[in-house]
Ligand binder design. Structure first.
Ligand SMILES: [Fe+2]
Ligand SMILES: [Fe+2]
Length: 107
């Protein structure tokens, strides 16, 4: 984004993000079920929301609805905001809540 190359790399970034999120979320959820994590449903809702957002952005990008116009495209800003939300609200808050249980289960 800093070098105004956001749109060039956003497609590949979103694809990698979706693949990684699919794999990572499914792994977490497998252990939630196995360890009978009580916050599982709420946590899965957050995963689904994040994944939906990434897929929506991918669709918007693929359909070419967002075109380069010389300025930074809004989609790169929105993706950046999603990543910040993911990091701050999900990874640093929600993902930390299961750590104690996972440790108890010998993970
Ligand atoms: Fe996670
Ligand atoms: Fe998670």
């Amino acid at each position: 984004m800093k070098d105004a190359r956001g749109l060039e790399v956003i497609g590949e970034l979103l694809k990698q993000l979706a693949d990684y999120a699919d794999y990572h979320f499914l792994t977490e959820e497998k252990y939630f079920d196995q360890f009978e994590y009580t916050e599982s449903e709420h946590h899965k809702d957050e995963h689904n929301y994040l994944l939906e957002q990434v897929k929506d952005f991918m669709m918007m990008h693929e359909k070419g609805k967002i075109k380069r116009d010389g300025s930074e495209s809004p989609i790169t800003v929105e993706v950046w905001n999603l990543l910040k939300e993911w990091l701050i609200n999900h990874i640093q808050v929600s993902d930390k809540k299961y750590v104690t249980l996972f440790k108890e289960k010998g993970f």
